[in-house]
Design a protein around this ligand. Structure first.
Ligand SMILES: Cc1cc2nc3c(=O)[nH]c(=O)nc-3n(C[C@H](O)[C@H](O)[C@H](O)COP(=O)(O)O)c2cc1C
Length: 317
């Protein structure tokens, strides 16, 4: 996820129990023009593996080059972004809009698959609009082009994030292909994760927003599925007694230190603001904490706001 899944966050999520993490989307054009910032997006820590490096672009040659560079760095999977429709990406003919040009899409997929030895996967949406559904055809072509797995977000591009993800549609597309299939959209609880798997026949699920609202989601899901597998009585993990505030504080401090080490004090602190706000959602007094955090520009200042807040918030979870 752009702006979210940098190497620091991916490592956190893997430690929480996610089976596979994806990079932010990386522009093949920016790699071609040697953008330093984009090359930094290829960096990862071995503890993240397996890691899918997501690329976007509409030029088969540049996409193949980007995939080769990523493979040489040691990533596990190349994922092609066919789901993003923000204007900057759409204008370049990349992302979701590439599914409106099937001959070019086929040539991009073929070219990337041929360029590397590691698996190449795609991430798609239902189609451009409900009237312009492309998922079935894209899945059929993906199989022909040698794509190894497909992830489907159950919304159209024109929906962006509005409405709800259509799990019935995910099931239909899943049934239309024998490629490994990952369902995505609106999973927010362990129960809904299992329900998406069970109701669609998907082989895996992909978690977007909940991963940064609640990185503990993965741990809770694993606990939940262990309990259901052992047919023990399942309590809602949210009701389990653990010191939520203490672990939130620990994670915020850890990610803050890592951010400052990687991006420098100013950017590291800036980048931490949104995560600190997300992780403290629902904790007592978190609205005021957010205000204070958003005014801090130094590591020392941020740490003192964190200490003060968690001293007050205590063990309330
Ligand atoms: C801030 C943000 C950034 C995202 N960036 C990407 C991206 O770079 N590549 C991608 O395939 N999907 C991206 N997505 C879409 C998510 O992967 C996912 O498909 C979508 O959020 C629906 O899943 P969810 O309901 O679990 O959040 C992004 C979503 C958000 C909210």
């Amino acid at each position: 996820m752009a702006g979210i899944t940098d190497t620091i966050f991916r490592r956190i999520i893997r430690k929480m129990g996610a089976g596979l993490v994806y990079s932010e989307m990386v522009s093949c054009m920016a790699l071609h023009y040697d953008s330093k910032k984009t090359f930094e997006m290829l960096e990862f820590h071995p503890e993240e593996l397996p890691l899918a490096l997501q690329i976007f672009g509409a030029d088969p040659v540049l996409m193949a080059d980007a995939a080769k560079v990523a493979e040489s760095r040691g990533v596990s999977i190349i994922d092609i972004n066919l789901g993003c429709s923000v204007p900057k990406v759409a204008k370049s003919g990349s992302g979701a809009i590439l599914c409106r040009n099937l001959p070019l899409l086929a040539s991009v997929m073929e070219s990337v698959v041929k360029a590397v030895t590691i698996p190449v996967t795609i991430k798609i949406r239902i189609g451009w609009t409900k009237q312009e559904v492309s998922a079935f055809e894209v899945c059929r072509m993906a199989k022909e082009c040698g794509i190894a797995a497909i992830a489907l977000h159950g919304r159209t591009s024109s929906q962006a994030y509005s409405g709800t993800a259509d799990w019935d549609f995910i099931k239909e597309v899943r049934q239309s292909t024998d490629l490994p299939f990952i369902g995505n959209g609106d999973v927010k609880t362990p129960e809904s994760a299992v329900s998406l798997l069970d109701s669609t026949g998907c082989d895996g699920i992909m978690i977007g927003r909940e991963s940064y609202f609640n990185p503990w989601f993965f741990r809770d899901l694993l606990k939940y599925s262990e309990k259901t597998a052992n047919s023990q009585s399942v309590e809602n993990p949210e009701n389990e007694v653990y010191n939520r505030a203490a672990e939130v504080k620990e994670l915020i401090l850890h990610q803050l230190e890592e951010n400052v080490a990687r991006y420098g004090e100013y950017s590291g602190v800036q980048k931490m603001r949104k995560f600190a706000a997300w992780y403290t959602r629902g904790l007592r007094g978190s609205a005021r904490f957010r205000e204070h955090v958003n005014n801090e520009e130094t590591l020392a200042g941020m740490k003192s706001v964190i200490d003060e807040y968690f001293g007050y918030c205590g063990g309330v979870g």
